[in-house]
Ligand binder design. Structure first.
Ligand SMILES: C[S@@+](CC[C@H](N)C(=O)[O-])C[C@H]1O[C@@H](n2cnc3c(N)ncnc32)[C@H](O)[C@@H]1O
Length: 420
């Protein structure tokens, strides 16, 4: 684990930093007393970057081990915001009774994995349906109307136990719900449905809604995914943690449109990339392991013809060890942050010199801890050399546990004039 990660989290997400400090010491001793803390820092720093690059309409699916899923949910709450949590999906990866690899006595057989679903804003794309099989269609859409459209019927009036809403109490086409209850749709919507021939008027009976096959997307997905078995048969390449294509296809279909970009930063043998290609999305896969690289090469060579030419023709993978450089920050790819100087009249001649991406939020945090709200900003300076400057100031001026003592002007000049 790198100190830099801990520092970055402390600087940019103090709430997350506090959470991580709080879990120090929890975890299996045989992996080191701080194993969970280290893993969570390692994941946090990556999830912070994922949040940064994700579009406002995008979603994140995090597939995690049940021993860490509860930690990661809290980390995601800190990074994405608890309001952006959407679901915890249980993916039942095995048939049977849970007596496979995971079986140990005196606990329930583990049959499912956890997938945590977060979004970046409420403006996210979502289309979560499983198409019906032909057999299911035949069984469900057992009526044909005068226009030769297949349909099934559903109530269009609420039963008496449903709460009533004033905009749903009305008379239409001479019909008022006989119960002290209501229609299921607004009058405007009902008129529209009727005009489209989606209402079935029956002699002396209450009308029903017609659900037309041509408008039916499939069954809405729930959080229990029991129909996708773990990777098997020809699909199995040998990569130890390979996921089934169907699982990735489901996620990609539900949360993206054709042409959108899918990123898997822990892509293993590139199942997500493979599924994205099949569904005509753009994709990026990242993996740290040489083994993954070997398996991806193998997969590219054996990709079925159904995949489009891009996958087949440009089937070249470069193996690199250099971390990619950020290109979105100008010629100097280094990230910039603010070096700030904060004072408080209660502590004359000492100054807090710190680093933050958002110095206003940081000042606000100081203020809320101070009944007099006496903290004030003296100076802020945006620079890629924030770490070096902080160290330089701590060394140059008397250091009083994270605060420095000295003349304010001198401190400001020392910050401004620093050259690496
Ligand atoms: C659970 S596997 C993913 C399997 C993948 N879904 C598939 O179908 O093959 C997790 C992957 O994360 C990779 N990994 C671990 N640490 C990483 C890191 N720091 N950066 C990128 N990849 C990493 C591992 O090499 C492994 O391939």
């Amino acid at each position: 684990m790198k100190d830099e990660w801990v520092q970055t989290i402390r600087e940019d997400l103090p709430d997350l930093s506090e959470f991580l400090e709080g879990i120090k010491g929890i975890g299996p001793i045989y992996r080191g007393a701080d194993a969970n803390y280290c893993y969570c820092c390692y994941m946090s720093i990556r999830l912070i970057e994922i949040h940064r690059i994700l579009r406002n309409t995008g979603s994140v699916y995090l597939h995690v081990d049940p021993t860490m899923s509860h930690y990661l949910k809290l980390i995601m709450d800190c990074i994405f915001g608890y309001k952006n949590f959407r679901n915890e999906i249980a993916w039942k990866r095995n048939a049977g009774h849970g007596k496979g690899n995971q079986y140990t006595p005196k606990k329930y057989g583990a049959l499912n994995d956890t997938i945590i679903f977060y979004v970046k804003s409420n403006n996210y794309f979502f289309d979560p349906y499983i198409p019906l099989t032909k057999k299911e269609i035949d069984a469900k859409f057992d009526n044909v109307d005068a226009q030769q459209r297949r349909y099934y019927t559903h109530q269009i009036m609420c039963n008496p136990t449903m709460p009533s809403r004033s905009n749903l109490c009305y008379t239409y086409n001479g019909v008022t719900n006989p119960h002290p209850s209501v229609w299921m749709v607004s009058k405007e919507r009902l008129i529209e449905m009727d005009a489209n021939g989606e209402v079935l008027w029956r002699d002396n009976k209450l009308p029903l809604r017609k659900i037309l096959l041509k408008n039916y997307k499939g069954n809405p997905l729930s959080t229990a995914w029991t129909d996708i078995p773990s990777t098997r048969g020809k699909e199995k390449l040998g990569y130890p943690t390979q996921k089934p294509i169907a699982l990735l296809e489901r996620i990609i279909k539900a949360s993206s449109r054709e042409g959108d970009v899918v990123l898997d930063p822990f892509c293993g043998c590139a199942t997500a990339c493979f599924a994205a290609e099949k569904l005509e999305r753009q994709w990026i896969g990242i993996d740290v392991s040489k083994k993954a690289y070997d398996y991806i090469k193998k997969r590219l060579r054996t990709a079925p013809a159904a995949l489009n030419n891009l996958w087949k023709i440009e089937a070249e993978v470069d193996l690199g060890v250099e971390s990619p450089k950020r290109t979105d920050l100008g010629v100097d790819h280094r990230e910039k942050k603010f070096v700030y100087v904060i004072s408080n009249p209660t502590f004359p001649n000492v100054y807090k010199v710190g680093i933050s991406k958002n110095w206003k939020a940081r000042l606000n945090q100081y203020q809320t801890s101070d009944p007099l709200r006496g903290y004030q900003k003296e100076f802020v300076f945006e620079t890629p050399y924030y770490r070096e400057i902080e160290k330089h100031i701590q060394e140059k001026f008397d250091n009083l546990s994270e605060w420095v003592q000295g003349d304010l002007e001198e401190i400001i000049q020392a910050i401004k004039n620093y050259t690496p």
